[in-house]
Design a protein around this ligand. Sequence first.
Ligand code: NZQ
Ligand code: ZN
Length: 390
Amino acid sequence: MNNFTFQSATRIVFGKDTECLAGTEVKRHADRILLHYGGGSIKKSGLYDRVIASLNESGIEFIELGGVQPNPRVSLVRKGIELCREHDIPFILAVGGGSVIDSAKAIAAGVPYSGDVWDFYSGEAKIEEALPVGVVLTLPAAGSEASSSSVLTNEDGWYKKGTGSDLIRPQFAIMNPELTYTLPSYQTACGAADIMAHIMERYFTNTADVDFTDRLCEATLKTIIENIPLAIRNPEDYAARSQIMWAGTIAHNGLLGTGREEDWASHAIEHELSALYDVAHGAGLAVIFPAWMSYVCQHNIPRFVQFAVRVWNVEQDFLNPERTARMGIEKTKEFFASIGLPVTLEQLGIKDDRLEEMADRCTNEGTLTRGSLVKLGKSDIIEIYKLSRE
Ligand code: NZQ
Ligand code: ZN
């Protein structure tokens, strides 16, 4: 096991009706906030009214900025930064899914910074200071409610890039599983793929002696695999929704990666799909992750065998371990398909005419490698895109 430092400082407020505590939670930090949200789902569900009532009850003044799009855009972030500066806002409350939270984190980092906020995403600057952010989560998927990262899209060139700092980890996350009842089943499924991907990016490692976190990863994966079909069948299944929601946070708050090298090639390869084709991140991962697994599996057969046996209950073929390993990959793909996700580029509606361009963007014109289980260069990434075609 590698040395590590781990602190997940986000206070989790979990359970029924907890959105009514938004005012109380904010009050610990500020009396004046920016209320940030997406395209309208929170108004339709009545959540917006409940959050406003709670803020009013606690005497919190607020200004609003809605309209965050999935794959959140830097242009709206710049608008949010201006608003916060103009009104001298010291705190941001994000009400929504990963896109709203990531947009809020970007605003939070941008307000005290004298340059352009995209610098944090292009790698030109490091976040040194940020406003505190709080969250009311409506979609278990990205794990942004307790993560230290934020992912933004720059419309100028359609680049999708991430940044990270403990300074943008939310102060609190209010998580009421009932808020997820209104999710379309496709979003529930996309969330599942993203949660599973966050676990698998950590699980597939070359680091030895990490059996404890392997077991945590396997338990979290199994929880998603068992509960997602239940939530899709019955969207108001509280037992399933609550387990998915909590597992989604644990998948990405850093705990499962402690003491091990993480991979993250599949995320980087997927981000190019989201950037150029505006696909849902989870749907892109359902296509890319199995292709990545097939491409790299020979480099660490024992790990893929362990995954197949422990996560998918595949019977181990002692004479042919690679066969067992490949069955685990097949099961992963079958699961994604069974919950209504695309598993090929073709099903995502993406032609194969820009594969080289995406691989170039993913590797900074061939100058970077991605991943750590196997370091992948441009030609490897093209092969992975090809494997995901059909
Ligand atoms: O905009 P509204 O109207 O709210 O609708 C949203 C949106 O259309 C809808 N939705 C959310 N909660 C709902 C709901 N509809 C009905 N009922 C509800 N309760 O769902 C749609 C998708 O929302 P979005 O926030 O885009 O989804 P998600 O949470 O999957 O976030 C995806 C973004 O997070 C990034 C992804 O790249 C992507 O941009 N990620 C962020 C990470 C992080 N910060 O740590 C890590 C991840 O790997 C990921 O990259
Ligand atoms: Zn993700």
